[in-house]
Design a protein around this ligand. Structure first.
Ligand SMILES: Cc1cc2nc3c(=O)[nH]c(=O)nc-3n(C[C@H](O)[C@H](O)[C@H](O)COP(=O)(O)OP(=O)(O)OC[C@H]3O[C@@H](n4cnc5c(N)ncnc54)[C@H](O)[C@@H]3O)c2cc1C
Length: 503
């Protein structure tokens, strides 16, 4: 009896996107599929991408990866929050993962807090977020709270070495049957001028045939852009930063369980502590800052000596017009780019891989499947884009770059979201939005946008009751954090790299 030919999936590119994709496909697809990956050592990877959001834990867990082993193999540290420094003149704030305060039935906590502010009995918002309090105290724990059952688990993510993560996933994928070819894609064979991709031609006269091609070639977009001719929607009028310089520095003494994003006069600078080094980079608009000035600013902002020369990276904020065209689906940087202010790119890879697995196209996928995939991808990245623009739009800095950010008209929907918050203290989350109400709340408040109103139910309790409630929540958080190990102690117990990792 003849057996059906296997469905051949070809992953073009072996950066974080390529190896995450290949690892997930081989883990979840059965024996009727083959997965082949092509990467070029000569071209290399973008080599940055070290901060994540908590969803990465689900990705690793779905592959059956032991978390402590992953932390040790990638030199990772734990991440509870992102600290924004200098984004407004009033200083710093955190976007912490997890809840802020406790909702009271249907009444969101933010309304109680707004009432407390109006009555002069509320502390800054971060006081009520367990992750925020723990992050500032450099402490970390996982699992249920130890001191009060009403407190939530702390969601967390990781800072890790992107190259080591790709290596880790490569070992995982190859052990399960992914076949890797090293070489440069020199041509893409299509069925006719407008047809599907049939094969990739590699240097050395090799031909890799496939049924479905996943373009993970990064900014090169070798398949989706070059071969299929899918255009790029440019968002640089909203997000004009177009360059970065990245440099590692010696391991920080301050082993923080959070990413720091410090604003400067034409962009911002990241600081990401790993076990063996600190990752740093400056993101800037080349219209407002020269490369030399950016390099000087980056090096001056390090807390330990640099371990090399700053490495330049160029980019353009935006997205592919369609992530899926013909039998090519772009994943990772080939599908679009948003600056790493909220550490969302690796998450977008994860979510694209999930979508590919859910809507896996057969040999002749209906157009409606492709349309559904593309519509979901657009919604997801555009809502993240709006969240990132929010950080820039609401600022009170004086430099030309920041003035322009304030004066640029906002995308549809974002202005309305800000107005809703201002007028009523309300935040509405749509289906498919990555960031929830408390994420928006922290950034709205952190960027200094004040709400004039709150829910009428929050106006009912006497002032003293509001004060007592807020005081209790603050005390519960402080007591829980006081018994947590330090972040460094926690890493030592859960994933210390046992061999020296080269910086
Ligand atoms: C400055 C900066 C900072 C970032 N920080 C973060 C962060 O903190 N958190 C986060 O989530 N994300 C971050 N990102 C994004 C993150 O780096 C990427 O999402 C992630 O690395 C995925 O990249 P990629 O695999 O799509 O592309 P790449 O890493 O560029 O990989 C492309 C692959 O394609 C191969 N390739 C290309 N052309 C060819 C060809 N012709 N033939 C054969 N192979 C080819 C290359 O060899 C390589 O293997 C950052 C990005 C930038 C630019």
């Amino acid at each position: 009896m003849a057996t059906a030919a296997p469905y051949r999936i070809v992953v073009a590119g072996g950066g974080t996107a390529g190896w995450m994709t290949a690892a997930a496909l081989i883990r979840f697809l059965g024996p009727g599929f083959t997965v082949t990956l092509v990467e070029s050592d000569a071209i290399g990877t973008v080599g940055v991408g070290e901060a994540t959001i908590p969803q990465i834990r689900m990705f690793n867990a779905s592959l059956g990866i032991d978390e402590d082993a992953f932390v040790a193999a990638t030199g990772a540290t734990y991440k509870l929050a992102i600290e924004f420094v200098g984004w407004t003149q009033s200083g710093r704030y955190m976007h912490a993962f997890g809840d802020v305060g406790r909702d009271n039935g249907l009444l969101a906590f933010r309304h109680t807090w707004l009432r407390g502010l109006a009555e002069g009995v509320a502390e800054p918002l971060g006081t009520y977020a367990l992750n925020n309090v723990a992050a500032l105290a450099n402490r970390m724990q996982r699992g249920p709270a130890r001191t009060a059952r009403v407190l939530p688990d702390m969601p967390y993510a990781f800072h890790f070495d992107a190259a080591l993560y790709a290596r880790f996933l490569r070992d995982f994928a190859e052990a399960r049957g992914v076949v890797r070819h090293e070489g440069r894609i020199v041509a893409v064979a299509r069925a006719g001028e407008d047809g599907d991709v049939q094969a990739l031609h590699l240097d050395g006269d090799r031909r890799i045939e496939g049924d479905l091609f996943l373009d993970c070639t990064g900014f090169h977009a070798r398949l989706i852009g070059e071969a299929m001719g899918v255009g790029y929607q440019d968002w640089s009028h909203w997000l004009p930063c177009d360059r970065a310089l990245a440099v590692p520095s010696a391991r920080a003494r301050d082993f923080t369980p959070y990413t720091r994003a410090t604003a400067h006069d034409a962009g911002w600078q990241w600081r990401i502590p790993l076990q063996h080094r600190t990752g740093n980079g400056i993101v800037y608009s080349s219209r407002h800052l020269s490369d030399d000035e950016a390099a000087a600013r980056l090096l001056a902002g390090l807390d330990e000596p640099a371990l090399g020369d700053p490495r330049p990276i160029r980019f353009r904020a935006g997205r592919r017009e369609t992530a899926w065209a013909g039998n090519v689906i772009a994943i990772g940087l080939a599908s679009g780019f948003l600056e790493p202010l909220e550490s969302t790119s690796i998450h977008l890879i994860q979510s694209a891989v999930e979508r590919v697995l859910k809507l896996l196209p057969g040999r002749r996928p209906p157009a409606a499947l492709r349309d559904a995939y593309n519509a979901q991808a657009v919604h997801e990245i555009e809502r993240i884009r709006d969240f990132i623009i929010l950080h820039y739009a609401a600022n009170d800095r004086a430099e030309p770059f920041w003035r322009e950010r304030r004066e640029t008209p906002l995308p549809d929907g974002l202005a309305e979201k800000i107005t809703l918050w201002r007028e009523s203290g309300d935040i509405v989350r749509e289906e498919g939005d990555l960031f929830g109400e408390v994420a928006w709340l922290q950034v709205l408040v952190g960027q200094g946008i004040t709400a004039r109103g709150y829910h009428p139910v929050a106006a009912q309790p006497p002032r003293a009751q509001i004060a007592e409630y807020l005081d209790l929540l603050a005390k519960l958080n402080a007591r829980e954090v006081a018994q947590m190990p330090t972040h460094e102690e926690f890493v030592r117990a859960h994933g210390a790299a046992d061999t020296e990792i080269a910086a």
